[in-house]
Design a protein around this ligand. Sequence first.
Ligand SMILES: Cc1ncc(COP(=O)(O)O)c(C=O)c1O
Length: 396
Amino acid sequence: MHSKIFDEVIDRRGTASAKWDTLPQTKEGEPAYIALSTADMDFAVPEVISSALQKVVDRRIYGYTTEEAEPRFRDSLRWWMKERFDLEVEAEEIVVGDGSIGMMNCIVEGFSNVGDGIILQRPVYGTFTKAFQNQLHRNIVSARLIREDAFTYSMDFEALEKACADPCNKIFVLCSPHNPVGRIWREDELLKMLEICRRHRVLIISDEIHCDLLRPGQKHTPLLALARPDDLVIQVGSISKSFNCAGIKCASAIIFNERLREQVKAVLPSTLISPFALEAQIAAYSDAGRDWLDALNAYIDENIKQVRALFAAEMPEVQVTDPEGTYLLWFDFNPTGLSDAEIHHLVHEVARVRLTDGLMHDPDGGEGFQRMTTSSPRSVVLEACERIIKAFKEAR
Ligand SMILES: Cc1ncc(COP(=O)(O)O)c(C=O)c1O
């Protein structure tokens, strides 16, 4: 499959897109905003998914649907985990939900109390804070990642040990691969982290929603490949990032520990799923889905290379991560000497590019950082970068 298919610019305005239809209105003659904020893709899904969904539409009835009546649903995920990650999963080890965050919310509510600590590794996906702290009133405890010299990040095991040793902190939400810093955790890092959580009996929710989005030569290790049968590990995944199906609401948890699995099932509201989610996943986890994903990863890799090259040439003081996985770039604009508000203004209002503010993912230190989603046609991504660079140059 040729990755040129991803060059197609599809106008998402007027589709109630959370990314594109929440932008400010522009007046005649003003340039339109470019949205590289919310982590979804501006690419058409593979044909195998759209034709499967078309068949559901053609049925004309969209009633209550249970994947329990359709073994191909779990089998597709089992096949994918074996094919991509060499992980054997039994059908009964899969628990189905309608969105990763929805599932994680239920788990956090069911396995902790108001005021209990949820351990995160900031900077990390801002919705964790929004969901667990602002909505569920848990206390976020951050075992901050360590920023290394080459603008990469590593785990702070001492901080993690300290957080896990506190009995108020019941759950650790691991982001693997990591949004926004793009790390793919190595086996030795995962094993060390696992050992700490095991010793303190801290429940791990391993959010692996970005596991398919890998730069060339990178290998993602599912946490369950390293866990022991009695470890408290819930591995969450979805087709939503990999196949641009976030709006379809489909997610699963894989849980090897049988007792834990029964407890998780008891806190989830329903086993029914959308008929669109059912067919989308079966279609995605297929040979055709795999070929599309490989082409997608090659395209994103080139987007990332070109963005990094552009900033290195035009604004070398700005630091940009070289992610191992995800389609996200994490920018440190602090070397420009400007304040967080000035940086926000130049990117969002002068350049008219919507990224996500660093403070959203890192309330304890995200000033001056921005996250860019690079999963858009190259022409769009590069135009956004050129506008940002111009805005900063003209402000000097
Ligand atoms: C790490 C991570 N987890 C979960 C989600 C949301 O997943 P879902 O749409 O399945 O709720 C996102 C979306 O950006 C994410 O980056």
